[in-house]
Ligand binder design. Sequence first.
Ligand code: ZN
Length: 286
Amino acid sequence: MRAINRPNLDIQIVYEACINSITDDDLYTRLQSIMTNIIQSSSDYGNKALISLLYTIPPNHCENDAIALGNVTKKELRAVYSSHFVPATKPARIYYDQLISLAPLGKCPYCGVGYASTLDHYLPKNKFPQLSVTPLNLIPSCKDCNTGKKTSFPTTFRAQSLHPYFDHDNFIEDQWLYANVIETTPAIIDYCVIPPSHWNEDDKARVHTHFNDFDLKLKYSIEASNQIAVLRDSLLYAWDSNGFVGVRQQLMLDALAYYLKHPNSWQTAMYQALAQSNWYCNGGFR
Ligand SMILES: [Zn+2]
């Protein structure tokens, strides 16, 4: 997970920009009349996210055509996002693009692998339509993480995956992602979560949730397999000049370089695991 500074976008400005492009007077008036509620929902979201209580916001299970808020249906609220925020021709698109641009070096903050080309609703708009265009609920993400999340919305504290705008500090600075080398030809990297023992049980559970929700075990293993195919030739040079020690030193240097950037990247865990594997350093890389 990569941390992102919280977007400095006002919900009222974003919501008004969306509904101002609506030409149906009746719909505009009904959406205008729930503005206070939209702002209040957004403020409540921000307060709860600060203390990891987003799971306590009740989901709205009503049908698409049923009234979700004031005199507005769920379908109409969701369309504020899909028809007046996302399309490139709409004025509010500028805010969509601003949010996408928050992705660190263009990468998806959930996985750190994919290209952030979409906005993910941390709380999905089909259950939380009042948060359809709440900037704090919109996370730049890759398509896989956006559409493939295993839990659609959290119902307990521990079922909350990490939130890139709010879950910083220990989740970013302490290492919790590790890997093991499976001794096959070519080697396979098997990823796992081992949170620091001094963490509280809730935080430990949440990194497991994050790892599982975004299918990071598989995603990272595929990335590692591709990298291992490239590594072989450069390690042959290291082997020729200094054998086992040369290979291990090169892998340790790479592990350190990645660790200093992101302790929980797939590369950090992979290089650490390879450097620690006697089998791999002793020719398993061939
Ligand atoms: Zn992703």
